[in-house]
Design a protein around this ligand. Structure first.
Ligand SMILES: [Zn+2]
Length: 124
């Protein structure tokens, strides 16, 4: 499905705010570390099938690896930390970043799915 750049930017903006990528009127988060089954405003399904969450995990792993690489390159270029200190910092990032990024990885995965094929709606 072809999308115009404005729709893509709007969807990404909703993802950053952890809102429904389809309508932007409700949060995707029920409580910390628990994504709603569907949107309370428009009814699109967030958790639609077994294994759908694997994409969100993949988004989280890729984002964590990219962030670790960026921090590593920045530390090589901008600091002269001891190698052990750098590895300790990278380890702490490797453990904490996926936890902090959990909701946004779900949000980005839902937004990408919404842009590519559209999220299905609940039958009411
Ligand atoms: Zn919605």
């Amino acid at each position: 499905m072809k999308r115009d750049p404005r729709t893509i930017l709007l969807t990404l903006w909703r993802c950053l705010k952890l809102q429904c990528p389809a309508c932007g009127r409700a949060s995707i988060v029920q409580r910390p570390f628990y994504v709603k089954k569907s949107c309370s405003a428009c009814g699109v399904i967030f958790k639609r099938e077994e294994g759908f969450f694997v994409g969100a995990i993949m988004a989280n792993v890729v984002a964590t690896e990219v962030f670790i690489l960026l921090v590593y390159f920045a530390s090589l270029l901008l600091t002269n930390f001891d190698e052990q200190i750098t590895l300790t910092i990278l380890f702490v990032i490797g453990v904490s970043f996926p936890v902090v990024f959990y909701h946004h990885s779900w949000s980005l995965w839902l937004g990408m799915d919404h842009l590519i094929e559209g999220l299905p709606r609940e039958k009411r």
